[in-house]
Ligand binder design. Structure first.
Ligand SMILES: [Zn+2]
Length: 323
């Protein structure tokens, strides 16, 4: 099909065509988990975005994307553990029996690559940005440590996690051609962390975003070397010519949502910087800076930790997690 004709058809689709709703993934793997805010998280679901692009959305966990072609499948991120990783692979298998050609790991956080092993067994080639590849190895023990409680709560055995590192790395950009499509991997500088990889699907006018963006999701501030460059990065993404944003966390979004996060980050950073400048201790800052305007955002319950992490960045310039 000619690209123009294809785009015309895509343009007529509803915002998100949901075809496969709530696949039975197994109650043990997908508890109707409550968020730390005490609300029940919506159940995980698989959304078909275009005829070849699928978005696995799990509010309480992490998302994944896969593209299905006649020549094979490309996957972005593999969830938090080999068992949910296998459940993701099972979802792919309900759509297609084509080989799993590529897995892209979008950043070093374990909730995006600890599910790699089943995809390795399925024969995929793994790719990541060079700094992501380095950090996956470098902070593996810390990434495991901060997930142990979550594994226990979900009945997942931490010993089943095996580090699967990328065989292919890139510095700034890489294009993967598969089944007549071009998939463009981009590193635009550090956002939430060094290595944050964006993936464009030009034929679908869609963009996958890594940890640097989540719709109405307060990001973890422990890894960024510069909030200013992160905000600039988001503004750059918000200006891209795409219709749909498929984030690593949170639901399908659009460019306005990216702009909204850029504004929130700038606001949060300026407010904490001001508190540091006024000589407020970190404990007093945590008591007084409650950011009530974001109380409905994902991860608002982690605010104290984020203020602490921003104090570290502003006062020392260090990111001790990455030592
Ligand atoms: Zn994550």
């Amino acid at each position: 099909m000619a690209t123009a004709a294809f785009l015309a058809i895509v343009g007529r689709l509803p915002a998100v065509a949901k075809v496969l709703v709530m696949l039975a993934i197994g109650a043990a793997l997908m508890p109707a988990s409550a968020t730390a805010q005490g609300r029940t998280a919506p159940p995980a679901e698989l959304k078909q975005i275009t005829n070849d692009l699928y978005f696995f959305y799990e509010f309480a966990g992490s998302n994944a994307v896969f593209m299905v072609t006649d020549d094979g499948v490309l996957v972005i991120d593999t969830r938090t553990h080999p068992r949910p990783g296998q459940a993701l692979l099972d979802m792919v298998r309900k759509v297609t029996d084509k080989p799993i050609k590529w897995v892209i790991n979008s950043h070093f956080h374990g909730d995006h690559h600890f599910g790699n092993a089943p995809f390795k067994a399925a024969g995929a080639t793994f790719v990541a940005q060079a700094e992501t590849a380095r950090l996956m190895q470098h902070v593996q023990a810390k990434e495991m440590a901060r997930r142990i409680d979550g594994f226990k709560n979900q009945g997942l055995d931490p010993n089943e996690v095996k580090l699967v590192l990328p065989e292919v790395t890139f510095d700034n950009a890489m294009t993967i051609k598969l089944g007549g499509r071009e998939v463009r991997l981009m590193y635009l500088g550090p956002g939430q962390q060094a290595g944050d990889t964006f993936v464009a699907f030009p034929h679908a006018r869609a963009l996958f975003t890594p940890g640097a963006f989540g719709k109405r999701s307060m990001p973890n501030m422990a890894f960024t070397p510069s909030v200013d460059s992160w905000v600039k990065l988001l503004e750059q993404v918000a200006a891209m010519d795409v219709d749909r944003i498929l984030p690593a966390h949170g639901d399908v979004a659009n460019r306005a949502d990216v702009k909204e996060l850029a504004a929130m980050l700038a606001d949060e950073y300026a407010t904490v910087k001001d508190a540091v400048a006024k000589g407020l201790s970190v404990d007093d800052a945590i008591k007084t800076l409650t950011f009530p305007q974001y109380k409905d955002w994902r991860n608002y319950n982690r605010l104290a930790g984020e203020i602490r992490a921003l104090y570290e960045l502003i006062q020392t310039g260090k990111r001790s997690y990455l030592d």
